[in-house]
Design a protein around this ligand. Structure first.
Ligand SMILES: Nc1ncnc2c1ncn2[C@@H]1O[C@H](COP(=O)(O)OP(=O)(O)OP(=O)(O)O)[C@@H](O)[C@H]1O
Length: 293
């Protein structure tokens, strides 16, 4: 998928500002941003559901909404809804007939963990079960582009793990995957690249390591002191005692090695050192800051 210089207005308000975004086959991109940043608007534009005033979108070379683009794209909305009177099996069989896919429906439902529930009415499914069925529908189409809007909201931790395992499979099969999310800890571990929108503009787009290097945020060194040495270590390093036996030191990425050597030279006073690089949460706060140019 390729998006170039995308502009979208809602009345007089510009809600997407010159967005450039690409996702390669097999890549998992996390799209982050505060409420109202423009994530859903971007997804709707890619799906061909809304017009845009400037720029271009191409899905495998096709324009959004065209039949080629629609057959290449699958979408899992945040609150997926199906006909409550149908069973999961009936619903998926219906989709398979509509799309002309010849698929092992039982196998697919088993894959998403709905083996026992496939012949029950969807009206009696939990949110997580509906989400799983939505994912089965995404898998059914063998999409080249999968757009997932808050796919794990309201899911229990095991269901989340399962869902990401299936997303990984999609990517392994060559789909470009876009995950719009507020769940920073999850996407930190399960995506290849992160794009951040702020007030309709893209303010970051790189791997976690790339964003980290550009932001230059401090690295945390957590030093565990032996015996009663924590105070001395805190004074000598300029760090902060965070509990009886540990000291936390913030240093720039460039000073990290020098700082580590200085701490190691304290010898027996130091029992252990942990290095904590900036988390996605820190990077997200950095890139979404209002005063950032
Ligand atoms: N149907 C609409 N009519 C007018 N303005 C809209 C409409 N839908 C969205 N907007 C506006 O467009 C901007 C972007 O909204 P959008 O829903 O894309 O944000 P989002 O990043 O998906 O937010 P959230 O995380 O809350 O889902 C917001 O200012 C919003 O008020």
């Amino acid at each position: 998928m390729q998006i170039r210089a995308l502009d979208k207005f809602r009345g007089k308000t510009q809600v997407l500002r010159g967005i450039d975004l690409e996702i390669a086959p097999g890549e998992r991109l996390a799209l982050l941003g505060h409420n109202g940043a423009g994530k859903s608007t971007l997804i709707k534009a890619v799906l061909g559901l809304i017009r845009y005033e400037g720029g271009s979108i191409r899905i495998c070379g096709a324009t959004p909404g065209s039949s080629a683009a629609r057959s290449a794209t699958a979408f899992l909305p945040e609150a997926v809804s199906f006909h409550p009177a149908l069973t999961g099996h009936e619903q998926l069989s219906l989709f398979a007939r509509l799309t002309g896919e010849r698929t092992d429906i039982d196998g697919l439902l088993e894959r998403v963990g709905l083996c026992d529930a496939m012949h029950r009415r969807i009206g009696a499914y939990s949110k997580g079960m509906r989400q799983r069925l939505g994912l089965a529908q995404v898998l059914l189409g063998r999409p080249k582009l999968a757009l997932l809007d808050e796919p794990t909201s309201g899911l229990d931790p095991i269901s989340r793990q399962d869902l990401y395992a299936i997303i990984d499979e999609l990517a392994e099969q060559g789909a470009a995957v876009l995950i719009a999310s507020h769940a920073l800890t999850e996407v930190e571990a399960r995506t290849d690249r992160i794009a951040i929108l702020r007030k309709g503009a893209k303010v970051a787009d790189d791997t976690l390591a790339g964003l980290s290097a550009q932001a230059g945020l401090p690295v945390k060194l957590r030093v565990q002191a032996s015996g009663a040495e924590a105070d001395r270590i805190a004074i000598e390093t300029g760090g902060r005692r965070i509990n009886g036996a540990s000291v936390e030191i913030l240093c720039s990425p460039q000073d990290k090695m020098a700082e580590l050597r200085r701490i190691a030279a304290m010898g027996e006073a130091v029992a252990d050192i942990d290095m904590v690089p900036p988390r996605l949460e820190d990077l997200y706060c950095h890139y979404s800051r209002e005063d950032r140019k």
